[in-house]
Design a protein around this ligand. Sequence first.
Ligand code: FAD
Ligand code: DHY
Length: 496
Amino acid sequence: MKGEKEMPAKTGKQYIERVDKAKANVWINGEQVTGNVSEHPAFKGVMKTQAALYDMQHDRDKKDYMTYISPMTGNRIGTSFMQPKTKEDLKMRRKMMQEWARYNNGMMGRSPDYINVGMMAYGAAAAMFGKQDEMYARNMENYLEYCREQDLSLTHTLINPQVNRGVNTAQLPDPFIAARIKEKTSEGVIIKGARLLATQGGITDEIMVFPSTLLKQSEEENPYAYAFSIPNNTPGLKFICRESFDYGKSNFDHPLGSRFEEMDTIVVFDDVVVPWDRVFSLGDVDTCNEAYNASNAVVHMTHQVVSKNIAKTEFILGTLQLMAETINIGQYQHIQEKISEVIIGLETMKAYVTASEANAKMDQWGTMTPEFAPLNVARHYFPKLYPRFTEIMQLMGASGLMAIPNEADFHSPIRSDLDKYLQAANGDAYSRVKLYRLAWDICISAFGSRQTLYERFFFGDPVRMASALYNGYDKQEYVGRVKEFLNRSEEVVESK
Ligand SMILES: Cc1cc2nc3c(=O)[nH]c(=O)nc-3n(C[C@H](O)[C@H](O)[C@H](O)COP(=O)(O)OP(=O)(O)OC[C@H]3O[C@@H](n4cnc5c(N)ncnc54)[C@H](O)[C@@H]3O)c2cc1C
Ligand SMILES: O=C(O)Cc1ccc(O)c(O)c1
């Protein structure tokens, strides 16, 4: 290992300057963002938060685990890019990811560590991309190094447009609805069509365009089989945003939406030229289908997800308990039972992560890899838990979730009414409304509803994921035990 050199792990300011300077083609509310994206009302809150995450890499008290020394360059870089070699490395990486997650209360699912750990795994497993052409393996390896040493932020897009899920992509009315390979030239590969749903689309440096839901092994699927990454400002690339859930309100009024609104974007490729050195796989259905699992990217990304969900559950638990204390409902048994459900969820998530780290093993790519089974179960379980958490918040909050005048009301002539009628057993009206506005932003607002949808779907369709779990799980040992038991009881009957 070389000695420690400069520190390219970037600061928040560098993050913002880089994204602003890139001037990606982002559309929102019928208009193209032409000025600095970080000053646009839809993005400025979340970019400020993301900048704060990057600044933690430079915090004197945190930098020893938020960053590490790159064995390749001696640079001090972000820990989420680290290839773990020991169980201690995994723990350090979790500590780093949870530091970020606790800052955003688990409300930013696509903080850059999510893709960084996936990219680390793809880069470590680069050899698997080189089956058809060694160049792809080299590209993958070089790209990981580039992301890591430049501390890039990445969005990603894996899903084809939701036009007709009853047919294969190739059978849609127009073969260029789902983004596909149009042409290969000396410059690179020309891609045309669209993909969904790039969260953080307009506020990152680059986009990773990887395969998702399994492609069928057939000639007609080949143009849809590819993996590449390009800068968000590549000519022809366009991000179409949904309406923003950051309405420009204060932190008091919209405590979460004003800070953590990540945005989701539809990605359009209008004859985008992907340079050859950014192509990791092309027309190779097999490699595309196996990349996610065989590289163990799925395992490392799930390690991030579950670590993040621990922070999110802690925050839900704290909010519920504070609500119970504020209006004095903690003594009722059903309230205790409901909060216990969240405690059980929290302890379960913690146990899954602990087990995955304790049973971690070195994989074939030289990466210390958490045990997948507990993490896999956690990623199936949380989409069921989280909607229940928000339901519990509604059931405990009741009218309190609607008796939430905003900050302007507290600075108006009706203040004395608010102080009198919205006071709480434990707290004045202002702090009680502040808390209940937070609860509203968790379980009712557009921001909160999107969080619930996110937890249900962000890792794939839960129905098909459950089928994959069912089909991949070895059940025969248990079937055998039952058969053995049934036979055993017959023997007892016969011998009587
Ligand atoms: C808030 C949010 C953020 C997201 N962020 C990202 C991101 O950053 N990057 C990214 O790439 N993706 C992202 N996604 C997309 C996510 O990966 C998909 O939502 C998920 O994979 C499900 O795919 P789909 O939305 O196309 O649903 P569909 O596949 O269209 O499913 C719609 C419904 O039809 C059913 N269905 C469809 N096909 C079948 C079938 N074959 N068998 C059984 N049932 C079927 C499903 O069960 C579901 O009920 C995000 C999604 C959300 C909601
Ligand atoms: O690949 C799939 O089908 C599901 C999937 C996995 C990881 C993601 O980040 C994502 O958005 C969707």
